[in-house]
Write a protein that binds this ligand. Sequence first.
Ligand SMILES: O=C(O)c1ccc[n+]([C@@H]2O[C@H](COP(=O)([O-])O)[C@@H](O)[C@H]2O)c1
Ligand SMILES: Cc1cc2nc[nH]c2cc1C
Length: 352
Amino acid sequence: MNTDLETTLPLPTGDRDALRLRVQSQLDAKTKPLGALGRLESLTVQLAVALGTDQPALHAPQMVVFAADHGMAARGVSAYPAEVTRQMVLNFLAGGAAVSVLARQHGLALTVADCGVAAEFEPHPMLARLKVPGAERGTADASRGPAMSDTQCRTAIAQGRRLVAGLPGNVLLLGEMGIANTSAAALLMVRLTGEPLGACTGRGTGLDDAGLAAKRAVLAEALAANAQATHPLQALAALGGLEIATMVGAVQQAAASGRVVVVDGFITTAAVAVAAALQPAVLAHCVFAHCSQETGHSRWLKHLGVQALLDLDLRLGEGSGAALAWPLLESACRVLAEMASFASAGVSQRTS
Ligand SMILES: O=C(O)c1ccc[n+]([C@@H]2O[C@H](COP(=O)([O-])O)[C@@H](O)[C@H]2O)c1
Ligand SMILES: Cc1cc2nc[nH]c2cc1C
């Protein structure tokens, strides 16, 4: 493996425990029964700690949809053909996808990162070209050998870091698009958690029972073909995807620059899980927006020790769940900034 890339980035330091206690006591002084805002309160505290401030405020939120193609798509592991990746990128750019609608609704800046889609797109103000040399049209078929070389994987990580370093704001919302990428994410889940393949493999875009059985058989081949890839970075290169590797770098850079990361579904969780395997402290920056319907997601969230905000039976990807959860993050900041305290509003405190 070449060594021209640090595996992790230094994260901001500070007395997180003291900050956590200060923010919780500010919340406790607000005009509500103690703890009555439930998990919104823990979200407020998490945002304060992630941003390193007693007065968390979110600005210039950036939704990035990381897109790439997968060699394994040729093995029939998805209900849809591989060209949908390219077609959906055009749909994102034209403003017609679910994430386009939700980003507009919530004032999220939308960038589409071409991490290796099998197409060359016309330049567009929303499009970032992050193709990796030798993998411009996507990964190799992981059922026959490594999806990426170590160098390609490291290049993708470096590009994700660079992209985020150049974006404004203090929140990154993760989205992705890539036909067959639930296969890559399932393989990473098996390797990182040790869970059995069956518990990690779902229907993705909507495979029927026979399709799901065939997908599992292909994924078993991929695990056997890449049996030696056990370190998280090796697993990422062998079993992952270009959009997932680029997201790993994006998450690392966002955490290193003290931002909040809003995680979408199963595939974005794969990227965060790799980043967390390399450096567990990145998890403090990650808000898990929703629990996807994709088999494995709820179990993976448990492995990571996190709880998602929403459970809407979503299985779309694109960052749609992250965009839907966005107003909760805004509310979490606003209750802290704008609610009156018992003292300021002249409301009587509890008696017992
Ligand atoms: O994020 C999720 O939880 C999720 C669950 C199922 C499907 N997807 C999306 O569907 C595509 C991958 O599905 P598949 O069946 O092609 O592996 C990819 O574009 C993802 O954005 C996403
Ligand atoms: C149409 C379509 C839209 C998507 N968005 C994210 N993944 C997708 C997969 C398909 C098939």
